[in-house]
Design a protein around this ligand. Structure first.
Ligand SMILES: NC(=O)c1ccc[n+]([C@@H]2O[C@H](COP(=O)([O-])OP(=O)(O)OC[C@H]3O[C@@H](n4cnc5c(N)ncnc54)[C@H](O)[C@@H]3O)[C@@H](O)[C@H]2O)c1
Length: 315
């Protein structure tokens, strides 16, 4: 079976590509390397350096004729979507439509689309949030992810193109890049390695930081493998169902660093504090029960184990 993975040079996409290849799938990658890294590309995959919005994509679909498309490529930063919503929509919506049109032309069986359970539900009072909760997106990024899901449903009804939507929580693990504004695990690990004190962003009434649902990338890989064979035309949360504050996450990383022998004195026990940024949610944690019934998937790595494994790649 051949899978075309967009964003296969990025953090999550490249881990998913490795998982597919290790499980015997043929993989084709389309990535423009805007945030991805050529070093992440599995040498057993065929790689096309291309923007998902490009007209050239049609030719690649004609040549490769994939059975499944796995769409990870995206503008994935909430703050970047707030400062440039048009660019976010252009990549995330126009890119998706281009892919779906190509998929219809060559009779792709299904598209696995990566949405964001950490973003689309907005400030839900229902924690952990199940898929039955109506999304109320509160950032341009969340709007484009939810809109994409609606397009997938349209292409199913109009053209019979099947889909599985995986709504990820906050994913961390090897190859995550410490962007200035996203990827908190990578940011904390990089700063601690350099001996710098991180900032815990928080709302005034939540001094220990916002809460998130952290899921290890190896669990995400197994969800993508399961989604090739099941979960058709379903929207499925992929997360840990565990709510963790930024402060708690920081302390978990700090303790893992000290266990590994990284010398961090007492000042690191009191990180800097900063105000929440535009688009930041107070709480986010998604219910993973539906993934169990639809995909037979449950996360196997707890936060500590995932953090300890990830730290190995920073040493
Ligand atoms: N990281 C998370 O916690 C998280 C959470 C929820 C959803 N997601 C989604 O998972 C997917 C992967 O995210 P990531 O964290 O690995 O980010 P990433 O930036 O590491 O990966 C994105 C990849 O897409 C490529 N790309 C971007 N725009 C492109 C374009 N126009 N054409 C072709 N390639 C393009 C980039 O070069 C990169 O390799 C995204 O769709 C993101 O929205 C991520």
């Amino acid at each position: 079976m051949k899978i075309l993975v967009t964003g296969g040079a990025g953090f999550i996409g490249s881990n998913v590509v490795d998982g597919y290849i290790n499980n015997g799938y043929d993989v084709v990658i389309v990535d423009n390397l805007s945030t991805g890294n050529i070093k992440n590309i599995n040498p057993k995959a065929k790689f096309y350096l291309l923007d998902v919005r490009s007209k050239e994509l049609e030719k690649i679909f004609e040549i490769e004729r994939p059975d499944i498309v796995n769409h990870h490529a995206a503008q994935m930063s909430v703050p970047a979507s707030v400062s440039d919503p048009a660019n976010d929509a252009d990549i995330n919506i126009r890119g998706l439509i281009n892919i779906l049109n190509c998929a219809v032309e060559v009779n792709v069986k299904k598209t696995i689309f990566i949405s964001s359970g950490g973003a689309v539900y907005g400030e839900s009072a229902n924690i952990p949030t199940p898929e039955t909760q109506m999304p109320i997106p509160l950032s341009p990024y969340a709007i484009t992810k939810f809109t994409s899901e609606l397009y997938l449903n349209y292409y199913l009804h109009q053209f019979g193109l099947h889909y599985t939507v995986l709504r990820y929580s906050n994913i961390f693990g090897p190859r995550q890049v410490p962007h200035a504004e996203a990827g908190v695990v990578a940011i904390f690990m990089s700063l601690l390695k350099e001996g710098k004190l991180p900032i815990i962003f928080h709302f005034p009434d939540k001094p220990d930081g916002m809460t998130r649902d952290y899921c290890y990338v190896k669990d995400v890989v197994s969800a993508n493998i399961k989604a090739t064979a099941t979960g058709d035309n379903k929207v499925i949360n992929i997360g840990s169902s565990t709510e963790v504050s930024t402060g708690e996450l920081y302390r978990t990383i700090l303790s893992a660093c000290r266990k590994k022998g990284i010398a961090l004195d007492n000042k690191f026990d009191s990180p800097n504090k900063g105000n929440a940024r535009p688009g930041d949610l107070r709480r986010s944690c998604i219910d993973n029960t539906f993934a169990k019934t639809q995909l037979g998937w449950t996360p196997k790595f707890d936060l500590n184990t995932g953090i300890t494994e990830t730290l190995e790649t920073y040493l």
